[in-house]
Write a protein that binds this ligand. Structure first.
Ligand code: S3P
Length: 170
């Protein structure tokens, strides 16, 4: 773990934000949420950024904030679910972080996020099918992580313990 950060990647609803918070407490490391930085900079919700400025504008901000975040040391990076779509982002994450993929099944993801309205990509008529499609498209990118942890039916504390044990020799 020398000179490295921890980056959590995974689909929306896989538990990244809650796990990042708990992991930050466990390690006493700062947590950097890329989505939160974008929301703060733009002064509006992600749904509004997508609607008013477009997805590519959002992706550029995501890329810029990730670039800054990986230059820090001993931080936990909570990246949005689509951060791995960009090749340069994937390279940076690999180079500067221990990358942990929090993986969840489409059914569990759907149950976790179905009542939320702030996630533009799944705010559609048939969110379940959309989740399955996006998961399938992104699977090979998520699979490039150093470690994978299944989060279905696990609480954030249990996931954090698994992470701690997994990376202790890293
Ligand atoms: C996105 C995931 C979201 C957010 C944006 C796009 C995606 O983050 O960055 O809505 O492309 O999967 P979370 O995974 O934290 O919900």
């Amino acid at each position: 773990m020398k000179n490295k950060n921890i980056a959590l990647i995974g689909f929306m609803g896989s538990g990244k934000t809650l796990v990042a918070k708990k992991l930050g407490e466990l390690f006493d490391w700062e947590v950097i949420s890329i989505d939160a930085l974008i929301i703060e900079k733009e002064g509006k919700a992600i749904g509004d950024i997508f609607a008013e400025s477009g997805q590519s504008y959002f992706r550029q901000l995501e890329k810029d904030f990730l670039k800054q975040a990986v230059e820090r040391q001993s931080v936990i990076i909570d990246g949005g679910g689509g951060i791995i779509l960009d090749e340069a982002n994937r390279t940076l994450l690999k180079e500067k972080c221990v990358v942990i993929h929090l993986s969840a099944s489409a059914d569990v993801i759907y149950e976790r996020i179905k009542d939320e309205t702030h996630r533009p990509l799944v705010n559609v008529d048939d969110p379940k099918t959309k989740i399955e499609e996006l998961l399938e498209k992104r699977q090979s990118f998520y699979a490039q992580a150093d470690y994978v942890i299944k989060t279905d039916h696990k609480n954030p504390e249990a996931v954090c313990q698994e992470i701690k044990e997994m990376i202790q020799n890293d």
